[in-house]
Every structure is written in C-alpha cells, then in structure tokens.
Design a binder for this molecule. Structure first.
Ligand code: GUN
Length: 296
C-alpha cells in the first residue's frame, strides 16, 4: 500500500501539450499568434530561471514570447510605463511581471497598472474580486494548478473538508476561493491558527502553502487525505552535498498513510507554467471575442 504519488510533472506536460494543440485554431480564427509578455526587474537568480522556463514553454506551445529584462534601478514609474505599453500592444495577450520586485517598487501599484484582461497571473484586484464573487476571472496559476490536480484525483469535491494552510494573495486566498467554488467546506489556516495540527487532522484535502520546510507532520494528516504541497524549501547543504535538498511544507516521508500526495520537486511546481500558458490562451480568446475552448 502507501500513498499514491501525484505526478504533477506529467500532468503539466499533458496540459502544455493540450494548450499547444489549441493554438493553431486560434491563429486560424484571428490571424495572429497568442502572445505572452514577461517582465523581469533586477537579477534574482531564481526569477531568471523562471523567466527562461516561461519563455521556452510559451515558444514550445506555439505562442509568441516577449521578454523584458530591466535593471534593478528601474523606477516604479518606468515599470508602469512599460506595463502600459504592453496593455496597448495588440500582440500581447498576457502580461506577467515577475515577483519579487526590488524594494523601491510597490508591487501593488504595478499590478494595478496591468489591464485585467491581460492579467494572466490573476493578481489584479478585479480578477481577485471576480473570483471571490464567482464570475469568470483569470485565476492565479499555482492554486488553479492545485485544483486541477485535486479534481483529476478526486473528481467531484463537493462536501469535502479542505484545509488550506497559508493565506498569501498568490496561493492561499485564491486556493480557498477555488475550493469554495467547488463546494468544499473550507478552512483557511495560517501562522496564528490555534491547534493547527487538530485543524489539519479534519481535512480530506490539505493544501500546504506556508513556505516552512516539513512543518506539517505525518500525524497531522488523516488516513485517506489528499495532500497538495506547494512549498519549495531548500535545506542547508549537509556535509558532502553541494546544495541542500529541496523539501516541501509537508514531511513527505511520514505521509505513507494518506491517499495521495504531491512530491517536491515534481508535484505542484511544474503546474504553474503550464497553467500560465492555459491562462494566456484563455485571455487571448476572451480578448478576441471567442469562447475559450472546453476542458482547458
Ligand atoms: N514569483 C514566483 N511565482 C510567481 C508567479 O506565479 N507570478 C509572478 N508574477 N511572480 C512569481
């Protein structure tokens, strides 16, 4: 027996392929290629890796990819002007400004400048609000990817107890909204939650997005729970290791009794970029006045 490992890498590859297969029909219908613009400010090495992967994935799916690398000294106003140019560019369907931004730039002001119709990260308050009231919205990529994995595993989620640990705007809050939209009973737990272990023990679905290595222990997880681990934490290198091990927010080795669990790496991580391509294609359809394809 033992837990089923949820292969997010394979699911993401399938989704990228599905998106790629739908691009030619869009090109045929509109005479243009769906385009994704990614903006990176400064030289954060992790962000540079993400941006390159996004570029490669978009190109592989047959989309146009536009990269904007700006120096760390870029002003907030300069960045907002770039966003406004991209808003006005008809070849751009999706705009993603890579976070974190340098300290002197206010993330909120930059996100607010993005046309909500091109906000493929789903970070704009208009999209967050639409999600909250159950209207069509562009939804943040990571939680939407988590929901896809859950529905693939469990089918209908109605009536299930879902506990989301972590209340960030990027993952926790939109994740809770998505699960509520699927008729789960949702608890949004966080660092100030009392008796967190007992709260997590109730859950049929656990989504861990706190950014603390292996904080959620095996004995917090009930038999048969489905566990989605969003955490990507690098431990300190042990003697003989060049780099520390990557671990999630869940103590994976203690979770043999659960029904299914995502590994780290290879679980949720690869889903984010696949969903970004999906969101870009959905945004492109909406902007062109076309109905987005079924089943995306
Ligand atoms: N930095 C880490 N993850 C993300 C993401 O999903 N979107 C953006 N814009 N920045 C990020």
């Amino acid at each position: 027996m033992g837990a089923t490992i949820i292969d997010g890498k394979a699911f993401a590859a399938g989704l990228r392929e599905k998106v790629g297969a739908l691009v030619p029909a869009f090109v045929e219908a509109t005479g243009r290629i769906p385009g994704l613009a990614v903006v990176l400010v400064g030289e954060d090495p992790a962000s540079e890796i993400y941006v390159r992967s996004k570029d490669r994935a978009a190109t592989a799916a047959g989309m146009a990819s536009f990269e904007y690398w700006r120096p760390a000294e870029t002003s907030e106003q300069g960045l907002i002007e770039l966003v406004e140019e991209l808003n006005a560019d008809d070849n751009v369907d999706g705009i993603l400004v890579q976070l974190p931004l340098p300290d002197h730039i206010d993330d909120k002001a930059v996100i607010a400048a993005i046309d909500p119709a091109k906000d493929v990260d789903g970070f704009h308050v208009v999209n967050a609000g639409r999600l909250a009231v159950g209207e069509d919205a562009l939804v943040p990529c990571t939680p939407l990817g988590c929901l896809m994995l859950l529905k693939d595993r469990l089918g209908d989620l109605a009536g299930l107890e879902a506990v989301v640990v972590g209340r960030s705007n990027i993952v926790g809050k939109p994740m809770a909204q998505l699960l509520l939209g699927e008729n789960c009973t949702v608890t949004l737990a966080h660092s100030r939650t009392r008796d967190l272990a007992d709260v997590v023990r109730r859950a049929d679905i656990v989504v861990a997005a706190v950014g603390r290595p292996e904080m959620i222990r095996g004995d917090w997880l009930k038999d048969g729970a489905v566990v989605i681990d969003v955490g990507i934490n690098r431990l300190e290198a042990q003697p003989g290791e060049k780099r520390g091990k990557l671990v999630g927010d869940v103590a994976f080795a203690e979770a043999d009794h659960v029904r299914a669990i995502t590994p780290v790496p290879g679980g949720v991580g690869p889903m984010t970029i696949a969903v970004l391509l999906r969101n870009t294609l959905v945004a492109a359809h909406a902007r062109a006045g076309l109905v987005p394809p079924e089943g995306l």
